[in-house]
Design a protein around this ligand. Structure first.
Ligand code: AMP
Ligand code: GLY
Length: 428
């Protein structure tokens, strides 16, 4: 295979995948980008195929039939379900970690033990499958304390408990009840960390890696970071919270020990490593590892890349050395998520959406929970509906563009946070 006229399939249906598909399609190496299953907004730009991301047979069948050269796997579920292993087994290149490496996200208990084995800074913790042992441990803890379902829970399996009673109820519901199903059969109980959060994304290929600009997500549903945790209500990059020197320190204390530790354990990490950090008074601590691009962080990180993304994805998928350096634009980006009011709990679906026909320069409307109804009209189909992205010379300019776009999109239950970037704007 020569690296031109490439046919790329992006697997997934959210804002992250819409962004990946857009960026890949800008590469001069690419002939065609398609998405499976995609969403209502992607159909206008890309061919879409209605297959389930958990169906490895269907993914292989589609990739073979359509002659895709590279499959970019967006979400964690197919990664943890061995989609990359299955594609590689039939000779198709895929971007993302294999099933074994994906356990860093698929099992929080596995990743916490991995941190402990390799002295990676993280919150003190215990892993439990037995309810009595969990309750006994809770009796020794100070509060607040954090109770986490170990398995995948779409960002919702983390409960910050203020009292012993709350924590006992959370552990019981997960271990002995049915909250979070199989994902809650094991729990991590960990120390509550206080500080500001930051997301570090790395494109990895074994021990070689490239760090992307540091970003900050806004996980809480309400303004002022109040209310329930969500998948993310908005993000921006880069952030001044992390200086270049701090980033170099994270590479020494977190990134290199992780990639070499994995190698020593027989795991070669290919794909995106997303390090969720809490910057505490005692230094940076890893909150979690994800094994894919963040959503909505992707919407602000990838547009800042000045170089072609596709050769990086190919090198990682092949296990080749990555270039020593990539170039980023001297710009800032912000995404404001347009959600359906009620998210992350219950919210209406099927509401007609109107979007502007022409977008101003430096604005992008990224589709997430959208679909076309029977009459071909664009309607809401999820909690996080759209991402309004602004890119500008400064973060203020990026925010103005994102906000303008938020105002020009309409659906009845439209809800968005107006304070994305609040911490960055208040830094001295
Ligand atoms: P996780 O999926 O483990 O990253 O957790 C989701 C979110 O819960 C994080 O982004 C934090 O906002 C919060 N969180 C998780 N663990 C802790 C902790 N130990 N202390 C404080 N907040 C936490
Ligand atoms: N924005 C958080 C995540 O993608 O996990």
């Amino acid at each position: 295979m020569t690296d031109d006229n490439l046919r790329i399939l992006v697997l997934g249906s959210g804002g992250r995948e819409h962004t990946l598909a857009k960026i890949c399609s800008q590469s001069p190496l690419v002939e065609k980008v398609a998405v499976a299953p995609g969403n209502g907004g992607m159909v206008a730009e890309f061919e879409t195929f209605p297959i389930g991301v958990e169906d490895n047979e269907a993914i292989i069948g589609l990739a073979k039939e359509e002659g895709f050269d590279l499959v970019v796997v967006g979400p964690e579920v197919p990664l943890c379900n061995g989609a990359v292993d299955a594609l590689n087994a039939v000779g198709i290149l895929a971007y993302g970690p294999n099933e074994s490496a994906a356990r860093l996200e698929g099992s929080k208990a596995f990743s916490k033990d991995f941190f402990a084995r390799h002295a990676i800074p993280t919150a003190k913790y215990g892993n439990f499958s037995d309810v009595e042992k969990a309750l006994e441990y809770l009796g020794t803890c100070s509060f607040p304390i954090v109770v986490k379902a170990s398995g995948l829970a779409a960002g919702k399996g983390v409960l910050i408990c203020q009292t012993l009673e709350e924590a006992e109820a959370a552990a019981r519901d997960m271990l002995a009840g049915s909250s979070f199903g199989e994902s809650g059969r094991e729990v991590v109980i960990e120390e509550f960390l206080d500080g500001e959060e930051a997301s570090l994304h790395l494109i990895c290929s074994g021990e070689s890696y490239l760090a992307l600009p540091m970003s900050q997500d806004h996980k809480k549903v309400g303004e002022g970071d109040q209310g329930l945790n969500t998948g993310g209500m908005g993000a921006y990059a880069p952030t001044r919270l992390v200086s270049p020197k701090m980033l170099r320190d994270y590479e020494e204390t977190i990134v290199r020990p992780t990639l070499s530790g994995l190698k020593a354990e027989g795991i070669e990490f290919r794909g995106t490593l997303y390090v969720g950090l809490m910057l505490t008074a005692d230094g940076p601590k890893v909150l979690e590892f994800n094994v894919r691009f963040g959503d909505p962080e992707t919407q602000v990180i990838l547009p800042l890349l000045a170089d072609d993304l596709v050769p990086l994805l190919l090198a990682s998928a092949r296990g080749d050395e990555l270039p020593e350096k990539v170039n980023f634009k001297d710009a800032s980006a912000m995404v404001v998520v347009l959600a359906s009011a009620g998210y992350p709990e219950s919210y209406p679906k099927g509401e007609p959406i109107s979007v502007p026909e022409v977008l101003p320069d430096g604005s992008q409307l990224i589709h997430a929970g959208t679909k076309l109804n029977e009459s071909g009209k664009l309607v809401t189909a999820g909690g996080r509906v759209l991402g309004a992205v602004g890119i500008g010379a400064t973060l203020r300019e990026a925010k103005e563009k994102a906000n303008e776009l938020c105002e020009s999109v309409h659906f009845d239950s439209k809800y968005f946070r107006r304070d994305i970037g609040r911490r960055e704007f208040s830094r001295p």
